[in-house]
Design a protein around this ligand. Structure first.
Ligand SMILES: C[S@@+](CC[C@H](N)C(=O)[O-])C[C@H]1O[C@@H](n2cnc3c(N)ncnc32)[C@H](O)[C@@H]1O
Length: 249
């Protein structure tokens, strides 16, 4: 069974409904207050059971077991709900990609950027795009290092995009766009770079095959295209390992 966010939502919801549908009538009938601490622990145990029998990855099981007890513990702190709303909005502004496409924000490291710089320098002036460009961790240093090349960053999380825009200021070989990578026409680029997650790779490969012109190269950091042998794998000297899977079009 795959571990989509909707499925996790359904599992946690099922545990809540199951426990409350027994506990509420029981305590209502005996005219005593519902013990929320014990109830939240029981919901955690039921959610863990449901996640285990449906074979969810271990981290989801931990989240299911701890979620309701943590909600109860946080409630005891009596924090103004406005702070939670603010935190949720900020998280959404930065991690929009995690919610909509299971692609969170983490950044390419210096070693990866150096490997990309070597590859681009060998190729000569060309047009490079980073799909899901984050804060510009590739486009900004590459644009400084290779002024003859042109770099485009596509980012759809508003706050991340804004930070990347500010960090890109003053460089006329960067185009920084607030856009959806799926709406980006790849036919205009010589090098397409992506550092996403395993989830979008099959769909992205379809797009690459349809749109990228002959002679261009698709590079995926860390996540190979399932079932497709890369033409080249660049071993970047860093820990944890972050290979660059290169697919020639
Ligand atoms: C793992 S980060 C990589 C950041 C940057 N490319 C780097 O290498 O440092 C992936 C980024 O893709 C963005 N993202 C996810 N889905 C996207 C989409 N559909 N369109 C544009 N950006 C997206 C996320 O917001 C996140 O900033």
């Amino acid at each position: 069974m795959t571990a989509t966010p909707m499925r996790q939502f359904a599992l946690q919801g099922a545990a809540v409904i199951l426990v409350l549908s027994i506990a509420w009538p029981y305590y209502g009938w005996s005219a005593t207050a519902l013990p929320w601490q014990q109830t939240s622990l029981l919901i955690g145990a039921v959610a863990l059971f449901l996640a285990s029998i449906s074979r969810q990855p271990w981290w989801w099981r931990v989240i299911h077991a701890g979620f309701m007890p943590l909600v109860w513990a946080t409630h005891q702190l009596a924090i103004d709900p406005g702070w939670f709303l603010l935190a949720a909005i900020l998280v959404l502004l930065v991690f929009r990609g995690a919610l909509s496409g299971q692609v969170p924000l983490y950044l390419s490291n210096r070693e990866t950027v150096a490997a990309l710089a070597d590859l681009l320098a060998d190729r000569g002036p060309c047009r490079f795009v980073d799909l899901g460009a984050g804060l510009g961790s590739t486009t900004v240093p590459l644009a400084d290092h290779l002024p003859e090349h042109h770099f485009t960053g596509i980012e759809n999380a508003p706050l991340t995009w804004l930070a990347g825009l500010l960090l890109s200021l003053g460089r006329n070989n960067i185009t920084w766009r607030w856009d959806d990578l799926w709406a980006t026409d790849l036919s205009r680029f010589d090098i397409v770079y992506a550092f996403l997650s395993p989830v979008p790779m099959p769909r992205l490969w379809e797009k690459v095959q349809k749109e990228m012109p002959p002679g261009s190269v698709f590079i995926s950091n860390s996540f190979p295209v399932p079932g497709v042998t890369p033409d080249r794998v660049i071993k970047v000297p860093c820990t944890p390992a972050r290979p660059l899977y290169c697919y020639q079009r």
